[in-house]
Design a protein around this ligand. Structure first.
Ligand SMILES: O=C([O-])CC(=O)C(=O)O
Ligand SMILES: [Mg+2]
Length: 564
């Protein structure tokens, strides 16, 4: 018996236990009688042939038997390392339930406990000591035609700080979404962990820790290492997209600036977060029937993520017709010392253009050296509050109530990840504003009931953006990823908002809509790349065809044996 198969047969020289141990090829009990014969599998599997649906049912029953999120995560990762097709089939069928397990928030626990829960190898662990043999290391990758690389050095994982080698968990999690939501075949994805040591004492003293047991190398050594890596990738896979993930602030922006014109790369935390946040803000403004350019926007957290979003908000305001100076005057960045102003000492270069001038706040009343978040609420009366601080609890009742006093239906996005780092929970925000609020979070939260009304909570997470960007870039072979391409992803997201389009439902589409949304993002991103001369010129029809043809779905193919 053959499973229904619309795809062409796949020719492979793998056979016997080697075939069963190759996760991209393994089908387990779904090998047909003919295949079992042709590939020397007789006796290696229980006799009954099963369809993928039957395998998914069993796997789901087993999944349900685990009580804790981390054990569910470990279980799913084990399936991924054993049979990728089954893993993605299971994930796609239970996407809402399993995304928080494979991705944020549980992926945060998986990164923290990486060495404790380690089962088997995946991707490339590239340590500093390998720096002069990177070509060999890349050649060892189990994937040969790599098209998307997610790379981290584990120094700022979500809001959890330095996780050293545990950062590999985030590279794996992001790439699972590239496949599940962006249709990038798992055969083309490669998670990479650049191990340069860790400054996390707890890890350094943990006998289980599997990474290099020394402090992070110095800046010169670090820069040389990253440079050697990027050059080696360019030699091996010249067209691959490189996604920088969870680098700490001092490296994130400089790396992006150094490489964005040289290779097809982007930083997910700076640009992906900015794109999804602007898209969600546009959706919120559309549903309130106001313009983003008419809002004052407060950011709590003035690191590279916060500043990246602020710059993208400013570009959007300018696109709506206000002057850049005007747009900048509507942005308020707050760090742990308070509002950034032109007299704040030690400003980073990417913060310089985002400060408030001392004259603009001359008539404000505040008691400490710099205005606090609450002072900004009282004096500026913003309509939008965004949290990217990684500090739980910063949006206090007093802050939220002060904001509510100054505007109608505030837009409040506590975006810090994972869930336990959030600036205020959706329930708190809804209670404190008596339900008159538009809210989005970075990690998933269940809907909140308040005064007889149900409030779905939008998850303003980069996962709405990066799978579609990857799909679009690969379809048109874009050379670079420009701000305009990211802007087009934001706009596409905002146009898909059920609340803005119909006056009801979620602010963002459900995750189950992500595949369709990713295709639309891919199309618009590719069109923008073409308009900018960054990509192949393709007619619309051909572009759609490439996007659809590239979109991998988890189905088993029929195998034919070739001699080794
Ligand atoms: O992974 C996520 O959920 C979003 C993200 O990039 C981060 O918080 O660093
Ligand atoms: Mg990240």
């Amino acid at each position: 018996m053959n499973s229904p198969n619309t795809k062409s047969p796949l020719y492979t020289a793998y056979a016997g236990s080697a075939l069963l141990e190759t996760p991209l090829l393994n089908k387990g009990s779904a090998f047909t009688a003919e295949e079992r014969l042709a590939f020397n599998l007789a006796g290696l599997l229980p006799p009954r042939y099963e369809t993928i649906e039957e395998q998914v049912s069993r796997a789901y029953l087993q999944y349900k038997s685990f009580d804790t999120a981390i054990n569910k995560h470990i279980y799913l990762r084990a399936i991924q390392d054993n049979n990728e097709t089954l893993f993605y089939s299971l994930l796609q069928q239970h996407l809402d339930e399993m995304l928080p397990i494979v991705y944020t928030p549980t992926v945060g626990d998986a990164c923290e406990q990486f060495s404790d829960i380690y089962r088997s190898a995946r991707g490339l662990f590239i340590s500093y000591q390998d720096r002069y043999q990177l070509d060999d290391v890349l050649r060892n990758a189990t994937k040969r035609k790599v098209k998307v690389i997610v790379i981290t050095d584990g120094e700022r994982v979500l809001g959890l700080g330095d996780q050293g080698i545990g950062g590999m968990g985030i590279s794996i999690g992001k790439l699972s979404l590239y496949t599940a939501c962006g249709g990038i075949s798992p055969a083309y994805t490669l998670p990479v962990m650049l191990d340069v040591g860790t400054n996390n004492e707890k890890l350094l003293n943990d006998p289980m820790y599997m990474g290099l047991r020394h402090k992070r190398v110095n800046q010169l050594e670090y820069d040389e290492f990253v440079d050697l890596f990027i050059k080696a990738v360019k030699r091996r896979w010249p067209e691959a997209i490189i996604q920088f993930e969870d680098f700490a602030q001092p490296n994130a922006m400089p790396l992006l600036q150094r490489y964005r014109e040289q290779v097809c790369c982007f930083n997910d935390d700076i640009q992906g977060t900015a794109a999804v946040t602007v898209g969600t803000l546009l959706a919120a403004c559309r549903s309130k029937q106001v313009k983003l350019s008419a809002q004052k926007v407060v950011f709590v957290g003035a690191g590279s993520a916060g500043c990246g979003i602020a710059e993208q908000v400013i570009s959007q305001m300018v696109a709506e017709g206000v002057s850049e100076a005007q747009a900048r005057s509507q942005i308020f960045m707050i760090d742990r010392f308070g509002l950034l102003t032109d007299s704040t000492p030690g400003l980073r270069d990417f913060q310089q253009a985002l400060v408030q001038s001392s004259t603009a706040i001359a008539d404000w009343s505040y008691s400490s050296e710099f205005p606090s978040l609450r002072d900004v609420m009282n004096c500026a009366k913003p309509g939008v509050l965004i949290g990217v601080s990684g500090q739980p609890g910063l949006f206090t009742e007093a802050v939220v109530k002060a904001m509510k006093k100054g505007c109608d239906t505030p837009i409040i996005f506590p975006l810090s990840n994972p869930s336990r780092q959030i600036e205020a929970t959706p329930e708190q925000v809804i209670n404190w504003t008596e339900g008159d609020v538009i809210i989005a979070t970075g990690s998933p939260f269940p809907a909140v009931s308040y005064a007889g009304k149900r409030y779905p909570i939008a998850q303003c997470n980069n996962s709405y953006i990066f799978p579609g960007i990857g799909l679009g870039v690969l379809a048109c072979k874009a050379r670079l990823i420009s701000d305009e391409m990211l802007g087009s992803a934001s706009k596409t997201l905002s146009e898909a908002s059920p609340l803005a389009n119909t006056g009801q439902g979620g602010l963002l589409p459900a995750f189950t809509e992500l595949a369709a949304l990713s295709k639309q993002i891919a199309f618009n991103v590719a069109k923008t790349a073409m308009q900018q001369g960054l990509a192949l010129e393709l007619a619309d029809e051909l572009l759609w065809q490439k996007i659809n043809d590239n979109f991998w779905t988890p189905q088993y193919r029929q195998y034919k044996r070739v001699s080794a």
